[in-house]
Write a protein that binds this ligand. Structure first.
Ligand code: COA
Length: 708
């Protein structure tokens, strides 16, 4: 990242609008008007062929008249004029161009879009857009867009791929009470993308956390790298995760949308909190900009209503912070702050009859207890209490408790359930730095996000450096080269197992027999019982072709089945290219799992893990991780699937060898990453995993090559 250039784009000292217009209703008019309304303090230069002055600013016929004077040029001329405008900006020494104009990559004109970026880079400029609304900054008093107003001020920033959505959310910030310092529209992301801005915001003193609206990433790996590096929370809403939604996103911005599970996994690996919808994106952003992360699992809930307490309890479990009862000494103390029929267990129910004093005391006491890591205060509107007074009292109690060393770094969220008086009281709380939501589940979801962030930060800090695995890459490439020379885009099972073996995976030994005699000799070498399988690049479904026989125990059967399998294969496909019959060690039965790999359009080589057989076929019980996957992550993947208990040892069964499995996942990740230019997809299916200490065996292996 060239910080100085991005500073020019996002923190400009002067702005030119190329295509500025004196005609109200035109975008070129709106941008100048927005700059005026935002009270931009730098120089504003409208560029227009005919006008002398626009909205109080002297207009110039060409940017070339302003050589060396302009940091940011906002371009609002029709598409066919943009490339030459960018060239002129370069000549005039502009630092960055923000191209509002539509009609490029999103309608198929990638050529002009590429030429624009090339031209800009040739002159040392960066490009925001095209097909955007522009960018906005409260601290910079900069509304370089055609959005009518700067957002409600706050400490978050928002980057949106969709421009229309950004305008809508901009206006919505006032309604929701969630403030932002900066808003960025990315549009076609021809040059500046999420990663560039996240990196730039890392040093922005006005941004505490960043919200993202993502349709698709072009360079997912860089996005992950940059997101991993920043310590500022990132909350991301990814659209286009359904099969139908993915198609809609692709036609919308011309970008590719990846699968839901891969994005989910990648976000987690990068320490990003994933939002489920727009409300959730705002809820989480509000929590992150106003409160610290939650550094432990104990959430204390204080409520005046049992029902909302139960709803919050359910939500806590759903969002990954299941409630625990308070320790007895905490319960004993809090019992003093409520009527006899209240409950101090957790949720702490001070009951509808309890007034402000009950809240005050429970908050003051609770927030200062070491046992408590975060607090949710719930309030149901009642006839005997006044929401305004409750809000004020709660705020005071929180402030006092937070001023103490024990209460200092603990997050608090609030939910008031009621009518307009509650809405007003919550707005007062929000304006005073306490996130407040009209549904207890939303409040708990928000604080669960603060907990998840702290967990991800801890995991990041504690991640062990693992020694890289060594492998003879050239030997693997030789096998692949030979298959390609043979005109094939898939390796045979024997070749795939050789490659797996090179990368240290424990494969069943499998040897190729071309004659009956060879079959017998190899069977004795491998050791009975054996499995025999046809080896032919033209026969993918070996069983359907009568090409597999298991549990062969002696020489005579080996001879008999060699002949049968060869004959079956010829009968199945007369012109099949048959290499021979594989003589394979018969692995004892274990727990069947599957390892697979894809080359994700956004994130590149990605590992899939799940339980094999019916679990993968019917239940699709699999999990993903973007490479490189460490052994530690390999252990985590095993705990993520729904059938995790089967591996951990369910119903009296001994646990499976999860250590060996984790190492296999890490080695497999190493293989697909190392050979990413060659391998399109691969799998190890099944892998038999044995009891802890007894390892595993890769029974079947498949490698599909990339087209070259
Ligand atoms: N230098 C400076 N100004 C120039 C120029 C040049 N080389 N060539 C033309 N202009 C002026 C025009 O004269 C006009 O000003 P005027 O009103 O004084 O005549 C102004 O630039 C705009 O050009 P015009 O032809 O009127 O275009 P327009 O305003 O109808 O449309 C866009 C231009 C960019 C708004 C339009 O092409 C577009 O892309 N719209 C979609 C934008 C959008 O929605 N983006 C966000 C998606 S989320």
């Amino acid at each position: 990242m060239n910080k100085e250039v991005l500073d020019g784009l996002f923190r400009p000292k002067s702005v030119a609008v190329i295509g500025a217009s004196a005609t109200p209703g035109k975008i070129g008019y709106s941008v100048v008007e927005s700059l005026n309304n935002g009270k931009y303090e730098g120089a504003i230069y409208p560029i227009n062929l005919k006008a002398d002055e626009i909205l109080g600013h002297k207009a110039y016929p060409s940017i070339l008249d302003l050589e060396g004077k302009v940091d940011l040029a906002v371009i609002t001329v029709p598409a066919k004029l943009v490339l030459s405008a960018v060239e002129e900006c370069g000549k005039a020494g502009v630092k960055g161009v923000s191209i509002i104009t539509s009609g490029f990559g999103e309608v198929g004109d990638h050529e002009t879009e590429n030429a624009i970026v090339e031209t800009a880079h040739r002159h040392g400029m960066r490009v925001l857009g095209p097909n955007i609304i522009g960018s906005l900054s409260n601290s910079g008093k900069l509304n370089a867009s055609f959005a009518p107003m700067l957002p409600l001020p706050g400490d978050a920033s928002l980057i949106s791929q969709s421009g229309a959505l950004l305008i809508a959310l901009d206006a919505g910030t006032y309604l929701r009470g969630v403030g932002f310092d900066k808003l960025f529209s990315l549009g076609n992301m021809s040059d500046v993308d999420f990663a560039d801005i996240i990196e730039w915001l890392d040093t922005d003193e006005h941004t505490k956390c960043t919200a993202l609206y993502i349709e698709g990433l072009k360079d997912g790996r860089r996005f992950l790298e940059v997101s991993k590096k920043t310590n500022k929370p990132i909350i991301a809403l990814k659209s286009g995760v359904s099969a139908h939604g993915a198609a809609a996103a692709a036609s919308h911005t011309g970008s590719l949308a990846g699968a839901a599970k891969v994005y989910g996994a990648a976000f987690e690996q990068a320490g990003i909190i994933q939002a489920t919808d727009l409300n959730n994106l705002f809820d989480l952003t509000q929590a992150f900009e106003l409160q610290p992360p939650m550094k432990g699992d104990h959430l204390l809930i204080v409520t005046n209503g049992g029902g909302v307490g139960v709803l919050a309890t359910d939500a806590a479990e759903r969002f990954g912070i299941p409630l625990e009862f308070c320790p007895p000494e905490l319960q004993a103390e809090m019992k003093n702050y409520m009527p006899e029929f209240g409950s101090a267990k957790n949720p702490v129910d001070i009951t509808g009859g309890a007034g402000l004093e009950g809240y005050r005391k429970c908050i003051a006491f609770g927030l200062q207890q070491d046992w408590v890591h975060g607090l949710a205060v719930l309030y149901c509107e009642t006839a005997v209490t006044n929401p305004d007074e409750i809000a004020q009292g709660i705020l005071e109690a929180i402030r006092e408790a937070k001023a103490t060393p024990a209460g200092k770094d603990k997050p608090v969220v609030i939910s008031f359930i009621g009518g307009t008086r509650c809405a007003k009281a919550m707005r007062y709380l929000i304006d005073n730095g306490i996130p407040a939501y009209d549904d207890p589940a939303r409040a708990v979801n928000a604080i669960a996000g603060l907990r998840q962030f702290a967990r991800l930060q801890e995991a990041k800090a504690n991640a062990k450096d693992e020694k890289p695995f060594a492998a003879d890459r050239n030997a693997a490439l030789e096998i692949i080269k030979a298959a390609r020379a043979d005109g094939r885009d898939a390796l045979t099972e024997i070749e795939a197992k050789q490659v797996f073996g090179i990368y240290g995976l424990d494969v069943t030994s499998t040897l190729l027999a071309k004659t009956e005699d060879e079959a017998v000799a190899l069977a004795n070498k491998v050791g009975y019982p054996i499995v025999m399988k046809i080896v032919s690049p033209d026969i993918l479904h070996k069983s359907d072709a009568g090409g597999v026989k298991v549990n062969i125990k002696d020489d005579a059967s080996t001879r008999e089945w060699f002949a049968k399998i060869m004959a079956n294969a010829k009968a199945y496909k007369a012109d099949a290219n048959i290499h021979g019959v594989a003589i394979q060690e018969m692995a004892p039965l274990g727990t069947e799992v599957i390892l697979g790999s894809i080359n994700d359009a956004s994130f590149g080589p990605t590992v899939m893990f799940g339980l094999g057989g019916i679990f993968v076929e019917v239940l699709k019980d699999v999990t993903f991780a973007v490479t490189p996957v460490s052994k530690e992550q390999g252990l985590k993947m095993q705990s993520e699937i729904r059938g995790a208990k089967i591996l951990a040892g369910a119903r009296g069964e001994k646990p499976r060898d999860q250590e060996a499995m984790a190492e296999t996942i890490a080695r497999y990740s190493n293989m697909i990453l190392d050979l990413q230019d060659e391998i399109k997809e691969s799998d190890a299916n099944p892998v038999m995993v044995y009891e802890a200490g007894n390892g595993l065996k890769v029974v079947d292996a498949r490698i599909i090559l990339k087209n070259k």
